[in-house]
Design a protein around this ligand. Structure first.
Ligand code: ZN
Ligand code: MN
Length: 484
């Protein structure tokens, strides 16, 4: 990453408060996913004239909790503003948001998140965190700029969003990904957010290279995408600068499918939004008492949880950090250790074997079908000698992807370890006849014995008991030695 020291990245993250039951300014249900379009709507979130917004108090509580969790200073007063713009995703032609100028204050300011990049801690400053309403969802046919029409679904309009803005403290696409991952874990631990829901975390990124203008990338929908989008943009801007061309200050759109950015519009100026205080809502006074009440409800956050994992389970720091990088993963680990109290072993099987399956199928933790009971059972089957480690590493695919209990898989697939001496002896007999050269070698060279063991394993698909196989082969070689 040394060559990227000239890269400056700041993020603007939009996170839905998915634990809320209703929208930010009306009582429409917030679980819009998979619902028929435009059914979770009312005069308020459709922006009909004469309708009046009412602030969801729980949203203020959640926003304050997020601000505290991100080490922000919580404002005593939060004022909603109108951010004016003309676009179909906001039928009122303005978005009710917060503003940090002209008498406006966001919910929180001046916070930070510590991230771990290649074993080093780095502090990413949070400049502000504010509440606003989500616009409607626009549905396009194919790529946005080729779509013959745009469909609008107002079910999402008015969903409570947190806008979290960082200082330009990030210096690589990887750091941006790690930051978002950490942010997600923190908010999930707060119990206000579920990052596994599609589109619940979206991100715009500002990026500039030394000597170039700042470019904003919109429409990044996950932390995997953020890394890709920023890498693409760095390459694009570097190429321009290398050829002596200018990087234009503009807003670009990230196309997930084609994995490239393209110009959306030349950057608008902030004053274009004509911010002014929302006259239909009174300023929100956030008392010290309220803040203390929220603080007292604050659950354990990822950094503390990682420290506890090291203390309580004796895990290395690396394991503790990886396991707490996602709440569901940390929860799984703790549930599994209760059933199989060997923390390091559980951690290894989660961090290597389970992750390998997920990576191979390009899935994330939320799509895992394995239960803590399943992993505990798999480890016990190995301890009891019912299956070998090799078989366990095979079985875990079906356990992770389909949620089939390992004991059932062993039964169904006949994967029990073979300890039948007769059967193995006969098989070895056959292999000795098949590979006379290898047998001759094995009489002189220890290494050639492995080849013969390997053949037995191949024939039994890894089910032969390794110790017994070794013993039987050696016994047979000794017999040959004596008879010659
Ligand atoms: Zn509504
Ligand atoms: Mn926003």
């Amino acid at each position: 990453m040394q060559q990227q020291q000239d890269v400056v990245i700041g993020l603007e993250v939009h996170v839905q408060l998915t634990s809320l039951k209703t929208k930010l300014f009306c009582s429409c249900p917030s679980d819009y996913r998979g619902k028929p379009p435009n059914t979770h709507t009312c005069p308020v979130c459709l922006g009909l004239p004469g309708s009046l917004p009412v602030v969801n108090k729980k949203a203020i509580e959640f926003a304050v909790m997020a601000a505290l969790a991100l080490n922000c200073q919580v404002s005593e007063r939060a004022v909603f503003f109108r951010k004016n713009y003309f676009y179909v995703d906001m039928s009122k032609n303005f978005q009710i948001s917060m503003y940090d100028r002209a008498g406006g204050t966001p919910i929180g300011r001046g916070g930070y998140v510590d991230i771990d990049v290649d074993g080093t801690r780095k502090r990413v400053r949070i400049s502000r965190i504010q509440l606003e309403e989500d616009p409607a969802r626009l549905v396009h046919l194919g790529p946005i700029e080729l779509s013959p029409y745009t469909l609008v679904d107002y079910n999402r309009a008015g969903i409570a969003l947190l806008e979290i803005v960082t200082e330009p403290d990030l210096s690589s696409p990887k750091e941006a990904r790690i930051f978002l991952q950490k942010l997600r874990s923190i908010l999930e631990h707060c119990g206000i957010f579920d990052g596994s829901l599609e589109g619940s975390m979206r991100c715009d990124a500002n990026i500039s290279l030394a000597g170039g203008a700042r470019v904003e990338i919109k429409n990044i929908t996950s932390f995997k995408e953020v890394e890709r989008a920023l890498s693409f943009e760095i390459a694009r801007q570097r190429e321009l600068l290398k050829r002596g061309q200018q990087v234009r200050r503009e807003t670009r759109h990230w196309d997930e499918d084609r994995r490239m950015t393209f110009t959306l519009r030349v950057k608008e100026e902030e004053h274009d939004y004509r911010y002014f205080p929302e006259p239909d809502l009174v300023p929100i006074v956030i008392t010290e008492d309220f803040i203390e009440r929220v603080r007292s409800m604050m659950p354990e956050l990822p950094d503390h949880r990682a420290e506890r994992f090291m203390r309580e389970y004796g895990l290395p720091e690396y394991d503790a950090r990886v396991l707490t990088s996602e709440k569901a993963l940390a929860d799984f680990f703790e549930a599994c250790v209760k059933l199989y109290p060997s923390p390091k072993k559980v951690s290894n099987w989660l961090m290597t074997d389970t992750m390998r399956v997920l990576n191979e199928y390009n899935l994330d933790w939320s799509s895992i079908k394995m239960e803590p009971e399943h992993l505990a059972e798999l480890l016990k089957l190995m301890d009891d000698g019912v299956i070998s480690i090799k078989i366990a590493k095979l079985l875990i695919f079906d356990v992770v992807l389909k949620g089939i209990p390992p004991s059932k898989l062993v039964e169904e697939k006949g994967m029990k370890r073979i300890v039948d001496e007769n059967y193995l002896s006969q098989l070895i007999e056959k292999i000795f006849r098949e590979f006379p050269k290898a047998v001759q070698d094995a009489l002189k060279d220890e290494k050639a014995v492995h080849f013969l063991v390997g053949q037995v394993m191949r024939h039994t698909k890894g089910r032969a008991d390794p110790a017994l196989t070794n013993e039987l082969i050696r016994r047979k070689l000794n017999e040959l030695q004596r008879s010659s």
